[in-house]
Design a protein around this ligand. Structure first.
Ligand code: FES
Length: 147
């Protein structure tokens, strides 16, 4: 049994401790906002927050995060949109939208550490992949969210 907290709720998973967090969230907890893209840690579609750090959940075995605090896109902001989500809307970032939860989670983690990141810092930190190529609008939105 692996125990940790997801979106402020205690959870217990009776799964192999090697199970990727991505699949525990999606299949056991039905938190499908966290997306499966590559499964190899490359794309960032599966990004969630683990103890304040943006982590690629396909690469995090649940047995390694016992007692941790996990936040998914569903738990980022419960009552209204998070400032990063509002900025993504204002900048019309979304095209197909598949990669967006991962970008939002990575951006929120960045802005907690650095509320005024330069374009270079944003590009260096948000290494998530987007097949639609919305990267310039992501940069604009992250800067807007930090203002
Ligand atoms: Fe985890 Fe692509 S699905 S990085």
């Amino acid at each position: 049994m692996t125990r940790f907290t997801v979106n402020n709720q205690p959870v217990e998973y009776r799964l192999d401790p090697q199970t990727p967090l991505l699949w525990a969230l999606r299949d056991a907890s039905n938190l499908t906002g966290t997306k499966y893209g590559c499964g190899t840690g490359q794309c960032g579609a599966c990004t969630v927050d683990v103890d304040g750090q943006a982590r690629r959940s396909c690469q995090v075995a649940i047995g390694t995060i016992e007692g941790s605090y996990v936040t998914t896109i569903e738990g980022l902001s419960r009552e209204r949109n998070h400032p990063v989500q509002l900025a993504f809307l204002a900048e019309n970032v979304v095209q197909c939208g598949f990669c967006i939860p991962g970008f939002v989670m990575a951006a929120a983690a960045l802005l907690r550490r650095n509320p005024d990141p330069s374009e270079q810092v944003i590009r260096d930190t948000l290494t998530n992949l987007c097949r639609c190529g919305v990267y310039p609008r992501v940069v604009e939105a992250v800067q807007r969210a930090g203002r």
